[in-house]
Design a protein around this ligand. Structure first.
Ligand code: FAD
Ligand code: NAD
Length: 465
């Protein structure tokens, strides 16, 4: 067995792991990264990037279909659009490939050694890796577990045949006529919306009594309205029971306790993600766990000295930018920097139509934390840029402390609001007060003006409403 000795070993090259390795390399740390599939992890290969590519394809198709149907209010007409799904998937795969190559180049530039294979702990300092050329033994002073997550499988509806996960959905080269989505969370609604725009008849089965349970009802209402306009049937409070006896459909129990059969060409199961630890040999270690996830402290340290964990394997929120930020921080800690997790917020975006952004505390969370709050909400109906983009649904809402006007949270729902997330995050991270946002010149005409107006509204003197 070949032996490799290094200062830092990173297991998993998703956004958490590869960022950690790049930063460690930049800091001159002798670093090895092990990846069992493809560089870039879930996010780059089967998650964030390919899903946003397919969402874009669906948006363009829908626009063309509206023009063909003469549904644009500005008189645009066009021929009936046709989509070559194979070409769309190939275009998406091309983007993924370019980014894969980019990650490999960045790792090489940082002088990180890449080992392809499945890593398994032998003890707290040693890992064996099954590679194509045989097993390798890697000894490291410090190990970072960044193995990410995998889709949750329902025992009565296992993946296979016409039951698919998000990975399968993103690889479909033929549009399913009837798609049943189990789980009305992030993935179910982002992909369900995209398939509906492409022409599939979509039904969403959600166990809770509302879609996107993480967000408040005011934020999800415009999304629910748009799902209905797209012809998506949303069944909340409904339970999937299992496949139908014939025809590949799904048996469900509806909110009123009745059994119903849903016809389906594909059943997309998106009921959350579980930590990817099953083949990692965690039984060789004595790590404290947080349910199924690895428990970490403020420096992403686990309960064993010299072992860190970052990203989805450590639990919610399972977001790429959280994993990357943790990865960068851990690399600096390994280099001896005095770093600690001190972020004021982790913005979250749902790429539905319209999009939802949330940074910091919602009004309910702020009140539950004991704050007396001031709220300001500004609708896109009164925003010139939203009107010129023909996307007036939604609003920006700011939540601030009533006493000193410190901004605690900012949320928005609307077309294109994902790009406002940077301004929202910056405001909270910099400790902005309502007056800072109200006093910043926001260029006209932009959606961002709604952010300024929401602060003015909270201060009691909005100008355009
Ligand atoms: P991962 O990206 O899962 O990477 C872990 C890597 O470790 C994998 O490459 C895996 O092969 C490797 N690995 C696992 N075990 C071993 C082992 N034993 N040995 C060697 N290698 C191993 N997040 C967002 O922020 N924005 C989005 O828009 C977004 N969209 C998403 C859409 C979809 C369809 C999905 C599924 C997820 C989406 N996410 C999104 C979530 C995001 O992908 C994850 O939060 C992110 O990828 C987590 O990064 P990570 O580094 O922790 O793990
Ligand atoms: P999710 O947690 O967002 O949603 C899962 C949904 O399934 C929930 O609404 C839940 O109530 C429902 N559910 C659970 N069991 C069910 C059952 N048996 N029947 C019907 N409904 C059931 O999970 P996801 O959509 O699978 O996404 C996984 C993770 O990936 C997310 O938590 C998120 O962190 C990440 N992600 C993020 C983005 C983004 O940032 N835009 C996009 C996609 C995924």
């Amino acid at each position: 067995m070949t032996d490799i000795t290094c200062k830092l070993l990173v297991i998993g090259a998703g956004p958490g792991g590869y960022v950690c390795a790049i930063r460690a390399g930049q800091l001159g740390i002798d670093t090895v990264i092990v990846e069992s599939t493809k560089l870039g992890g879930t996010c780059l290969n089967i998650g964030c990037i390919p899903s946003k590519a397919m969402i874009h394809v669906a948006e363009e198709f829908e626009k063309a279909a509206h023009a063909a149907a003469g549904k644009t209010p500005f008189g645009l007409t066009a021929a009936e659009p046709k989509l070559d799904m194979k070409q769309a998937v190939a275009w998406k795969d091309g983007i993924v490939q370019r980014l894969n190559n980019g990650v490999a180049a960045l790792l090489r530039k940082a002088k990180v050694k890449i080992v392809h294979g499945q890593a398994r702990f032998r003890d707290g300092k040693t890992v064996t890796v099954e590679t194509e050329t045989g097993p390798k033994l890697i000894k490291a002073e410090t190990i970072v577990i960044a193995t990410g997550s995998v889709p949750v499988e329902l025992p009565f509806l296992p993946f296979g045949g016409n039951v698919i996960s998000s990975t399968g959905a993103l690889a479909l080269t033929e549009l399913p006529k009837r798609l049943v989505v189990v789980g009305g969370g992030y993935i179910g609604l982002e992909l369900g919306t995209a398939f509906a725009k492409l022409g599939a008849k979509v039904t969403v089965v959600e166990a809770q009594d509302k879609i996107l349970p993480l967000y408040d009802a005011e934020l999800t209402a415009p999304v629910a309205k748009s799902l209905s306009a797209l012809g998506i049937e949303v069944l909340t409070g409904a339970k999937a029971l299992g496949p139908t006896a014939k025809g590949g459909g799904l048996r469900i129990e509806t909110a009123d306790g009745k059994e119903r059969e849903l016809q389906a060409d594909k059943i997309l199961v998106t009921v959350g993600r579980a930590p990817a630890t099953s083949r990692l040999g965690l039984d060789e270690l004595v790590l404290d766990m947080d349910g199924r996830f690895i428990r970490i402290g403020e420096r992403c340290e686990t309960s064993m000295r010299g072992i860190y964990a970052i990203g989805d394997v450590t639990g919610e929120p399972m977001l790429a930018h959280r994993a990357m930020t943790q990865g960068e921080m851990v690399a600096e800690i390994v280099a001896g920097e005095p770093r600690i997790w001190d972020k004021a917020c982790i913005p979250a975006i749902c790429f539905t139509d319209p999009e939802i952004v949330s940074a910091g505390l919602s009004p309910t969370e702020a009140k539950a934390a004991g704050f007396a709050v001031k709220l300001g909400q500004f609708p896109f109906q009164a925003n010139g840029r939203a009107m010129t983009r023909h996307g007036e649904a939604g609003f920006v809402r700011v939540v601030a402390r009533a006493d000193n006007h410190l901004v605690l949270g900012i949320q928005a729902v609307g077309q294109g609001v994902s790009e406002l997330s940077a301004a929202f995050g910056l405001a909270i991270e910099m400790g902005a007060r309502l007056e800072d946002i109200a006093g910043t010149i926001h260029a006209h005409p932009t959606l961002g003006e709604a952010f300024q107006e929401s602060a003015l509204k909270a201060l009691g003197h909005a100008l355009h409403i």
